[in-house]
Unconditional design. Sequence first.
Length: 240
Amino acid sequence: MIRSFKDKMKKKQEVYEAKQKVLAEQAEQARVKREWELFDLEQEKDKQQSQQILAEEESRQHTQYLQWKQEQRLLQEQAEQAPVEKINTGVGIGHASTWKLTWQSFSIHPDIIDLPMSEKIRLYKLAEQQQIDRLNYYANLNAKQWSGQYVTKASAYWQDGIIDEKDTAGDLQDGIINENVVWTNSVDVNVPVTISAGVTVTVNGILTVNSAITNNGTLIVNGIIVKQFNIVNNGTLIIN
């Protein structure tokens, strides 16, 4: 049977359309496959980034822990090296809690001496606070043993390490020092302070002068002065 030209063209058109349909389906499948591959790549990338962040955080925490251990070791060594001055806390002579930390001995420790000054100051204040806490502990322990009561911590205005508005409104009226005094620990002066003529103020530790100190008497610092330019010295200034 001889097909007409029209039938032949129709058959060719049907074959062409069938092939085009197959090609379109294959192209769609390829597109979907590429999308899933890109999705999987993004998921893997996110996974790797999350693992990297977790690893970095773990490393950071480990580094902080090592630094903390180093600080504790340094502070313990300082406490064991028995600096100069003894304190009466009611415990036996020679006990570690009777040793008073000094800037002079601390700053020349082999593990401290080459550190930046800011880091030296930070570590010294940590050591100082630990010693204060230890002294309070032994004083309270001794008091409890003999009297059954705890000793209330002294409330001298400098003992929290900061002189500010609450002090000038309380014990340190108007910021004027009219009698001899020994600040037994490092102090940050955050409000104007005046040392009257004939009066001696002794600081055992680090004196940080964030606000003006007008010295009309004698100021003795057994340690260092930070921001010394804020001191208006009309009297005698001694740094040991």
